[in-house]
Design a protein around this ligand. Sequence first.
Ligand SMILES: Nc1ncnc2c1ncn2[C@@H]1O[C@H](COP(=O)(O)OP(=O)(O)O)[C@@H](O)[C@H]1O
Ligand SMILES: [Mg+2]
Length: 494
Amino acid sequence: MILKPEQVYDRDFEWGHLTAFARRTGGQAQLGIVSGRRRQGKTFLLEAIARESGGLYFGATQATEAESLQLFADVLAERIDLPVPPRFASWDEAVVYLFSVGAPLPGPVVIDEFPYLSTVSPALPSILQREMDRAVSPTRGTKQGISLLLCGSAMSVMGKLLAGTAPLRGRASLELVVHPFEYPVAARFWGIGDPRLAVAHHAVVGGTPAYRRFVNEDAPAGPEDFDNWVLRTVLNPGTPLFREARYLLDEEAGVRDSAMYHSVLGAVANGNNSRGGIATYVGRKATDISHHLGMLEDCGLLRREPDLFRQGRSVYRIAEPLIVFYQAIMRPRWGLLESGRAVPVWRDARPRFSAQVLGPHFEQICREFAVSAPPELFGELPGEVGAGVVADPECKSQIQIDVAVLAPPVQSEPRRVLSLGEAKWGDVMGTRHVERLRRARDLLAAKGYDVRDTVLACYSGAGFDPALTTATTATPAGAKIATIDLTRLYAEPA
Ligand SMILES: Nc1ncnc2c1ncn2[C@@H]1O[C@H](COP(=O)(O)OP(=O)(O)O)[C@@H](O)[C@H]1O
Ligand SMILES: [Mg+2]
């Protein structure tokens, strides 16, 4: 058993997979791929695993091929105690050498930020593939093979490493994606116990672990400290967090025309989340922004989520809360913020923060809650969770469903709707909200959905009408209503 170092918070799932990979004794060569957006703690985990297991860690940087080869040789020499580093003329030489000295090591060889290498030396994946294939060929006998972990943040590159016709495809036995902390874990990581504060805080820094250190571990002391915390941290030009949202985009390999990317993200942060809406906002034709949308999706900054009730429709959402915050609050006032005028900027932006940032963010949190909700809440484990729109032809209107929960599809049976939910951050919810959901449920029934057990769910950040709370307990079987408050959203799993 390789013990997880104390300073690594949570990540038991990831640590478990990494140690299982690292622990294999003897046996064939093996390849693992670790990816995830920047700042999620990949390096942190991989350095720890290499150290604890007696492996080797090499973190690539942006450099020429010659310099990278030199840095790589230095790290190798240090790890295997060579008095003089080897001199490699090419990656071909370096990789052959690596496979010979890496195999006997007790732990894995980690190459971090691999995309920095493969962008400059595009042949590197094929070279690794060739050596990997050689190492697992039956003629090699039973000698232990290398254990190689490739890691990277440039999601656009890492995603392609194992895709389609890529040389390394089909060779990896571990494929780990390091995600941000889930919202309740993030709250505990920052030491925030008040759920209302936790939502507001999560709407700024999300679940990205690095941002705690970016602000020197400064967490809001309580709900009344939130505004001051915003001023001390993300709106303070003296903290690394201040420039982070810009940096995240600029760092992505392949992002050239960054003005266009910022405008596309700005469009989404301002509530335009269809392809057509984004195009109109940035003043281009929908076909002109396809490339940009695709690129932002590839690097994991933008997500396209299907409308659960309208085939072929989808909405774009920004994956990192900090980018929404930057686009909605900071970018329009960048000049003032840079000159230290955060107080008036924040005072002016506060209503926008509630409407444009917190409201949609709360809906997202509710969807995440639904994904991992205990089976008794919706009757069974959700198959799919998302938002959707139900057309109401009679009233010539549409009903927006914030949190739709569907059972997994079963062939030739109507799709079961486990729950229809509405989320309201700032409003006390009452029976009229339930009536809307009921109307949506009936419309879906008419469209052929199975709504017999549909739970009508109200998620509120501001509480519920007494009439609604009695309804949840008093209605006869058949009309299932659930009210989910902030405490419930943050309750630890039983
Ligand atoms: N699980 C964790 N527990 C505590 N701190 C973490 C954790 N993961 C990341 N961090 C913090 O975030 C910082 C950045 O993480 P890093 O490994 O550099 O991210 P990545 O390699 O994914 O870009 C770390 O140096 C550490 O301070
Ligand atoms: Mg890293």
